[in-house]
Design a protein around this ligand. Structure first.
Ligand code: NOJ
Length: 737
């Protein structure tokens, strides 16, 4: 539709219709036989509030959404199509590894391709907008939603943010093409830093920290063209984001230039009352629209209050018009006025959903994202000629996609046992359950509750496992936390493995010295004891539909493990937050030096995490040359190149993830000890060498100075290039401005 026609449409809409566009409810409330129950009913939502809602969320399926769309459009006074939204976070039916694992791939181009596939599947099933990517930088693994983040580096998170947006929206951003979806960058801003890692808690971050660490991935998503942004649930420095003109209208819109649609988080507008920011739903609606929230997701505030607020003159109608214009513009960009189904349909679904190409790529992404944390005596890769016992609750588990894979079908998931068998690795493999994932506990999910008791055959299972371990040459322990122990509303204070799994590991390690532990988790766990009991440790996070297949490929050496730590694995939860880009102190501690007192350290544990950012082993063995720089000085506007030669001195072909870090030696504000600024992947055969060449631009040197200017300060910089954030392989240059 032309802009002129769209404008005419807006002008012809009643106030009630316009407010409707700003309301979002769950899809089920617009189905023929809808009844409102549960928390929405408790919050007072009625079917009449939903009648004119401009968008729905949470359901999918081409036929189902088509029926809703047809009925809705027929009844709508201007026959305006609905927007169909849902959380498609790391895949629709073909579920890719969780975003934290995708971040660990350090390969945005692969992630872009994966999200293109996710969009194709979801769009074929009738969805138009996904609430993704979550670009919240994270430092606290107690927070359950770290699984949805890409990690602790602003640079890496930014590259992943762009990859996600381009994957969903296409490199040209033409949303009208079938198979494309609108992205929704979330959560603006600071949601990744809830105090004490407790879900929904407020965030306290200085402006400097927000700008230096938390905003860059958001800016990257905006620059990549994300069509929507979701302001965060929580308060930042005392202001609920949903009600903050400073955060939404001034920072997001005026300063960062975001022109798309903003959508509140689930019931966040209504929650302003519980937060103590609004006296009632009326004030909450007023605060939210004034802050700049276009769509109210699942609260009664806009549906009930906005019309009255405008009629009484308390809210200017102009604010409603601006919001509705943005919503209609998005519908138009998606081409919904021409095709309200956006190319979806059962035929398209059949062609794309879980197709071989997507499944093969998901399998590759598993290998690219699992992190080999330890591999003593090169116990991995396994030999298929030797006897291997696979033990543990994750051997046969199909619950490996994580709590955000809301459209997954567990039957599609390839278990580890199946991956081993179907990969042709299983001639000498035997499998035992060992123990359940949890014992004597209860976990809650979205409308699900799982209760774990103590099994009667518990001792028998352990006995079988120990017998298998005794007889085998090597043991693969498939252990992990439960999928409902990570994700939204799943903060944990203790981030070790569940007790009975740990006990089984201890016992197995006493009878077999070749233990390889495969750890399934939604977060970096405290793996200290796991590591002590194992010769090898492979972190696989929640690997998705093709998990078992990709993990088997890595265990048996058909693929080299490709992942690197994108969020530090703490030595102990007591160190949290522990991350690579912390600031230099005036009293640095040198662990290699003599015993020191008045320095920045713990008396009872190391400062460093167990596995630091960037770290990850492969089946190759890489030697780095020293860093060569194209010049020793750099003037404003110039570009330097930094290069290393890397040689694979091992016996297997592998990918090396070459990382470039910068350190600003002296500045007006204290600087991180290391900042990742570039990654190059080299695929090298045994004996082969390759060169990694990086460009260093002035932009990469910029910092927020003490007066909040973003600029490059003249002075000395060190460039480090190596295989993880601890590298000392560096060279210096002077930036002269
Ligand atoms: C709450 C989550 O915080 C948000 O990320 C998600 O998109 C919405 N629920 C909708 O499911």
């Amino acid at each position: 539709m032309t802009e002129e026609k769209l404008r005419a449409l807006l002008d012809s809409m009643s106030l009630e219709e316009k407010v409707g566009q700003m309301v979002q409810v769950t899809g089920a409330f617009l189905e023929e036989d809808a009844v409102i129950t549960g928390p929405a009913a408790d919050a007072g939502l009625e079917l009449s509030d939903c009648r004119l809602a401009g968008s729905i969320l949470g359901i999918a399926g081409a036929d189902r959404l088509k029926r809703i769309q047809e009925r809705y459009m027929e009844e709508h006074p201007h026959h305006i199509p609905l927007l169909m939204m849902a959380d498609v976070i790391h895949g629709y039916r073909t579920v890719f590894p969780i975003p934290l694992a995708l971040g660990a791939s350090f390969q945005p181009e692969l992630v872009e391709k994966a999200m293109g596939m996710a969009a194709e599947e979801a769009a074929s099933a009738g969805l138009h907008v996904t609430f993704s990517p979550m670009t919240d930088l994270v430092r606290d693994p107690r927070w359950g939603r770290v699984l949805e983040s890409f990690g602790e580096s602003p640079w890496l998170d930014s590259r992943m943010a762009e990859a996600y947006v381009r994957g969903y929206q296409g490199a040209d951003g033409d949303l009208s093409r079938p198979g494309r979806m609108s992205a929704c960058d979330k959560h603006f801003v600071g949601y990744g830093a809830p105090v004490a890692g407790r879900e929904y808690n407020h965030a306290e971050l200085s402006e400097h920290t927000v700008r230096e660490f938390h905003l860059p991935p958001k800016i990257a998503a905006i620059k990549a063209g994300t069509a929507c942004v979701m302001p965060a649930f929580q308060s930042l420095n005392g202001e609920p984001c949903t009600a903050s003109e400073k955060i939404v209208r001034k920072l997001l819109r005026d300063e960062l230039g975001f022109e798309g649609v903003t959508i509140s988080d689930w019931s966040a507008v209504g929650e302003l009352v519980a937060q103590g920011a609004a006296a009632d739903t009326r004030e909450a609606a007023k605060l939210a629209i004034e802050a700049g929230i276009d769509i109210d997701m699942m609260s009664v505030c806009y549906a009930r209050e906005l019309k009255g607020l405008v009629e009484s003159g308390e809210v200017e109608e102009r604010l409603v018009d601006e919001a509705v214009w943005r919503i209609l513009t998005l519908k138009n960009r998606l081409g919904l006025f021409e095709d309200p189904f956006h190319g979806s349909g059962t035929e398209a679904e059949k062609k794309t959903v879980l197709c071989q190409e997507h499944r093969d790529f998901a399998r590759k992404m598993v290998a690219e994202s699992v992190i080999l944390l330890k591999n003593e005596d090169s116990v991995l890769p396994l030999s298929r000629e030797k006897k291997t016992a696979f033990i543990g609750p994750y051997v046969d588990s199909t619950d490996t996609c994580g709590s955000w894979a809301i459209f997954q079908n567990r039957e599609d998931t390839v278990t580890l046992r199946r991956g081993v068998a179907e990969g042709g690795y299983g001639e000498n493999a035997l499998f035992c359950h060992g123990c359940d994932v949890l014992e004597n506990t209860r976990v809650l999910g979205f409308g699900v509750e799982e209760v774990f008791g103590q099994r009667e055959d518990r001792d028998e299972l352990v006995k079988q496992a120990l017998k298998a371990a005794e007889e085998a040459d090597a043991v693969v322990m498939a252990l992990g936390e439960h999928t409902l122990q990570s994700g939204e509303a799943a903060s944990r204070g203790d981030i070790t493995l569940p007790a009975q799994q740990m006990e089984l590991l201890r016992q197995v390690s006493r009878v077999n010295s070749n233990v390889i532990t495969v750890v399934y988790s939604g977060r970096p766990l405290d793996l200290r004891e796991v590591s002590a009991c194992s010769k090898a440790v492979l972190a696989v996070f929640l690997p998705g539909t093709m998990g078992g297949a990709g993990i088997a490929d890595v265990l048996f050496g058909a693929a080299s493990p490709g992942g690197r730590v994108s969020m530090s694995f703490p030595w102990s939860a007591a160190q949290i937050p522990v991350y690579h880009n912390d600031y230099s102190t005036g009293r640095p501690y040198d662990p290699a030096g003599a015993e020191q007192k008045f320095v920045s350290r713990y008396l009872d544990m190391p400062n460093s995490p167990l596995y630091p950012f960037g770290y990850g082993l492969t089946y190759g063995s890489f030697r780095y040359s020293s860093v060569t720089l194209s010049a020793e000085t750099m003037k404003a506007g110039e570009v330097l190149t930094a290069a290393v030669t890397v040689t694979n001195e091992g016996t297997a072909a592998a990918k090396e993830t070459v990382q470039l870090y910068l350190h600003d030696e002296k500045a007006t504000t204290v600087r991180p000890r290391r900042e990742l600024k570039g990654v190059k992947c080299l695929y090298l055969q045994p004996g082969e060498s390759g060169e990694a060449v990086f460009r260093i631009t002035e932009e990469m040197l910029k910092i927020w100075d003490r007066d909040m200017n973003f600029l490059a300060e003249p002075g000395t910089f060190t460039v480090y290039i190596g295989s993880d954030s601890r590298t000392e392989n560096g060279a210096g240059f002077r930036y002269e401005g």
